[in-house]
Ligand binder design. Sequence first.
Ligand SMILES: NC(=O)c1ccc[n+]([C@@H]2O[C@H](COP(=O)([O-])OP(=O)(O)OC[C@H]3O[C@@H](n4cnc5c(N)ncnc54)[C@H](O)[C@@H]3O)[C@@H](O)[C@H]2O)c1
Length: 262
Amino acid sequence: MNRLDGEVAVITGGARGLGRAIAEAFVNEGARVCIADVRTELAQQTAAEIGSSAIAVELDVTDEESWAYALAEGESAFGALTVLVNNAGLAEGAPIAETTLESYRRVTEVNQTGVFLGMKSVIPAMKRAGHGSIINMSSIDGMVGSPRIISYIASKWAVRGMTKAVAMEMGPFSIRVNSIHPGHVVTELGLPDGVSADAISEMVTKHTERHAPLQRTGLPSEVAAMAVFLASNESSYCTGSEFVVDGGFTAGYPAPGSPNPW
Ligand SMILES: NC(=O)c1ccc[n+]([C@@H]2O[C@H](COP(=O)([O-])OP(=O)(O)OC[C@H]3O[C@@H](n4cnc5c(N)ncnc54)[C@H](O)[C@@H]3O)[C@@H](O)[C@H]2O)c1
């Protein structure tokens, strides 16, 4: 018996990065998964590499009609949808004075409005299924502040709050809603297309080594393990909560190795 036998999951932004790792972990635990992404070719390639328990569906999370098509496609391929991972995300960094309204809107449209539309769109299918687990990908940037990334911070705090609001409405329908708050995991997030993750790997790794008690960046599989727990019945009494996977980054201060002010 696998931990996700019988579950059907939609994973947004599943073509690469954390979403791909979640799709792989879900299939390893017996789920069938829809890899829902705007990067359609990459999503198809990822699904083919994962195998017959995965399909790619085209989805722009900012578009309500696109959600309707993607969910209908998933349901007709695999049956009742029981898990949604709202993982698709964008990051664009700049000091507030240099952040254009256009950039602010682009980021919040995907990271925040996309999560709203995802939850709203999947609830009828989960009600038909009789239960469900919605997992919203926030960040440590939804727990604390950080300079030069205001749109991302705004969106990730919003995801944390929306998770609680919808958990309160959906509890009576056996639909649980939780957020995951990863720390630093080296992926292609925030990089222009064609720039590999190696470009930021050293900088992110050094920063995390200095500030996280576990003194290393996280692995996509370590975030995926939390998603498996939240998708499975092991988390049956968890809803409306934050699940932090950050190597202790947000646990407190001072950073390991720095002088203690007290
Ligand atoms: N990598 C980290 O350190 C980290 C830390 C905390 C939180 N997160 C969050 O985890 C999630 C995944 O990040 P990642 O690091 O894997 O990034 P990534 O850039 O590798 O993957 C993001 C995926 O989202 C897809 N996407 C973007 N816009 C979309 C849209 N409009 N519709 C559908 N799909 C869209 C992209 O095509 C891509 O496949 C994001 O929400 C991110 O904010 C990442």
